[in-house]
Write a protein that binds this ligand. Structure first.
Ligand code: UDP
Length: 245
């Protein structure tokens, strides 16, 4: 609840999602996000978990947010706390999943009848409307405008940010000998109306293929029952840590 200072009491659970919990921090406009060990796919029809996932994903996300910050991309990340928590700026999430594709994979490759692994001449930015009940449908720019989700200027800003994030992430992962196939990011607005990169960037929401072997090091291992899920997430963190520290 809101305390006498107009802040939510420290430790109060504000929201629980599929892979994270959000708590009040006791400070205005600042929240604490806890990364859980759970894992879901296909709009939560498939559920799983593995030990230490929360810690691995928290560490991967914070490393990437910090690297992006160095490139001038502002995110909600402030600091890490404990093993699985992140202190973040409070934002109101813009209900769009912003997907960037460098290589076609997954359901999109299937839908378009193009083989998985087809490298795109130019990165593709797509928007999906964040609504579990509707299974996150693809939305066009005009549909976004029609629904009042974002203005024309904001749509252009999101596209530009997505391209910039892609360039930086592609470079970082390449150093770790990983191909960034595609990824999904979310943005939010802080109390001053500033657009910040939010949510997470982890193997849960990226497709990451080993550059040499093309082995999948991401959530597709869970979606497709390929095994070694934990080992793959650990490998991504190990390689990033080795190259970024
Ligand atoms: N993605 C995500 N959450 C979603 C949908 C997609 O994190 O609700 C990520 C997914 O892990 C992949 C990228 O966004 O890295 C593109 O996913 P795609 O649209 O190809 O979906 P899929 O093939 O999983 O249906």
């Amino acid at each position: 609840m809101i305390n006498s200072d107009g802040m939510n009491a420290e430790g109060k659970l504000l929201y629980e999602g599929k892979a994270k919990r959000v708590f009040a921090s006791g400070k205005p406009h600042i929240l604490r996000v806890e990364f859980k060990n759970s894992l879901t796919a296909f709009n939560a029809l498939k559920k799983g978990s593995f030990e230490n996932k929360g810690h691995i994903n928290r560490d991967i996300a914070s490393l990437l947010f910090q690297e992006l910050n160095k490139e001038g991309i502002a995110s909600h990340w402030i600091s890490n706390a404990g093993d699985v928590d992140m202190i973040v700026h409070e934002v109101k999430i813009i209900p769009l999943e912003v997907v960037v594709r460098n290589t076609l994979a997954g359901s999109t490759a299937k839908k378009l009848g193009i083989a998985e692994g087809n490298v795109l001449a130019k990165p593709l930015v797509e928007f999906y409307y964040k609504d579990d009940a509707l299974a996150d449908p693809f939305v066009s720019d005009d549909q976004i405008l029609m629904m009042g989700i974002a203005t024309e200027t904001e749509i252009q800003e999101l596209k530009l940010l997505a391209q910039k994030i892609n360039q930086t992430l592609k470079r970082i992962f390449a150093v770790a000998e990983i191909d960034l196939i595609d990824f999904k990011v979310e943005f939010g607005k802080d109390h001053q109306g500033r657009i910040l990169l939010a949510d997470e960037i982890t193997p849960d929401c990226c497709r990451l293929w080993d550059m040499k072997t093309q082995e999948k090091l991401d959530k597709d291992r869970f979606r497709r029952d390929l095994g070694n899920i934990k080992e793959s997430y650990e490998e991504v963190l190990r390689r990033l840590k080795g190259k970024l520290s």
